[in-house]
Design a protein around this ligand. Structure first.
Ligand code: ZN
Length: 215
């Protein structure tokens, strides 16, 4: 939703509802962990009645454990926190689950997958940032795709069941390769909101991603 027009956000989310997409991704930025400030829990709470889709909240905030409860109460389905933003990552992930949400963990491009080794058994989602977080409309950093493959390999070796999501620079040119590395979910901001025909765009993305997965 970061790329949506916030002056008419209910209409914008309605176009997501009718586009064929199944999740709404909500980027919460605190101006400290990342340069920009986006929106907080009230935005999500007000938007919740406007969409039946899965609300996938990405907390780009320092000390996210302080905010987990209020975001859970706002109607989030997934709450994803950054491994770099909290000292007690394991406890924070458990807190998310105890609030009734699915727990996600994210890493920025400079953080290796090995940093997640001790928590991969308790997460529902791993979000690989394919750009440095903080702005919409950036280009995907190709080397981050190795981390998607690595997470796919670990999941298969260890029998884990987390979803792998990729966030940043996803569009019709990049989605096929991202899916072929093992991504289950792709986050799309700018490319979706600038598409002339959003349902057609989603349909094209799903087709391209499916080709990637079977490659
Ligand atoms: Zn995000």
């Amino acid at each position: 939703m970061l790329s949506a027009d916030f002056s008419r956000v209910a209409e914008e989310v309605e176009t997501v509802n009718s586009s064929g997409a199944s999740w709404v991704h909500l980027d919460v930025m605190d101006g400290s962990f990342v340069p920009n400030i986006s929106f907080g829990h009230k935005f999500i709470k007000d938007l919740r009645p406007c969409s039946p889709l899965v609300f996938d909240t990405h907390l780009m905030v320092i000390n996210p454990e302080k905010h987990v409860e209020i975001f859970a109460q706002s109607g989030c389905d997934y709450i994803t926190v950054h491994a770099e933003a909290t000292v007690h990552l394991h406890r924070t992930l458990q807190l998310i689950r105890s609030c009734g949400c699915k727990a996600g963990v994210s890493i920025v491009p400079s953080t290796p997958v090995s940093m997640l080794e001790q928590v991969l058994d308790i997460v529902d989602l791993v979000l690989v940032m394919s750009v440095n977080p903080g702005y919409g409309g950036q280009q995907l950093i190709p080397s981050t795709m190795r981390k998607v493959s690595e997470l796919e390999q670990i999941r298969s070796d260890e029998g884990y069941d987390y979803l792998i999501s990729v966030d940043g620079g996803i569009n019709l040119r990049t989605v096929r390769d991202v899916a072929s590395c093992g991504a289950d979910v792709v986050v799309c901001g700018n490319a979706f909101f600038t598409a002339e025909d959003r349902p057609q765009f989603v349909s094209d993305m799903i087709k391209a991603g499916t080709v990637g997965q079977t490659r």
